[in-house]
Design a protein around this ligand. Sequence first.
Ligand code: IPD
Ligand code: CA
Ligand code: CA
Length: 253
Amino acid sequence: MLLPFAIELAYRAGEILRAGLQQARHTESKGPTDLVSDIDKASEAMLVAAIRQRFPSHSIVAEEGSNTEGDHYTWVIDPLDGTLNYVHGFPCFSVSIGLLLDGVPYLGVVYDPLRDELFSAERGQGAFCNQQPLRVSTTPSLIQSLLTTGFPYERASLADNNLKEFSRILMHAQDVRRPGSAALDMAYVAAGRFDGYWELGTKAWDLAAGAVLVTEAGGQITGWQGEAWNPFQGRIVATNGQIHAELLQLLKP
Ligand code: IPD
Ligand code: CA
Ligand code: CA
């Protein structure tokens, strides 16, 4: 009942994102490189209203601020992940809907409305893309791996901005991409399209849904020191498991 509801929401939000792409977009700056568009807000308003109506007792954490304190179920929502891509018309963005149970990721749906790819997973039930089961890659070493990462918006004012790690890891991997939607980065690790992903400065709404996808597809998720990861900490490493130790090694200060 929860997963079909989350899937329905993701399709409805995807429709808003697809339609909005055809229109002139109004954007505001949250920081010099951090934007929010009227479409982020429209998608979030729809998602939050639908959750409040169906599950009035549940908690909500949403990127653009529509938060609700409730019971031990928490919906963690990124109404448009990849806003910068979206406003430039670069076709890489998604809607990300995660549900935590007592703070632990329980189900996740990530939808790419342009490719019509819906990634979904529920704890213990496996991960799927458009109903096809997902499995992480079997790539055994970093040098054979295609990796993905991201950089914080405030990178110009942060010494700890992932550039050092990026340049180090780039020399030890087959290649590294920076597509610009963390939720899709995680979905693609689950699908075996990327072998691993790391980032710092991420927020719970970027990764809560993707975490269930990666885990259910047989992957591994930790913090940068190999410690247990939770959605509210800002450093993640998500891999196919086989390259995890090698990637952690390169993330050591
Ligand atoms: C961003 C994207 C990007 C990641 C940033 C996120 P937004 O989310 O996921 O890939 O590198 O850390 O903030 O702002 O487009 O929702
Ligand atoms: Ca995001
Ligand atoms: Ca967003």
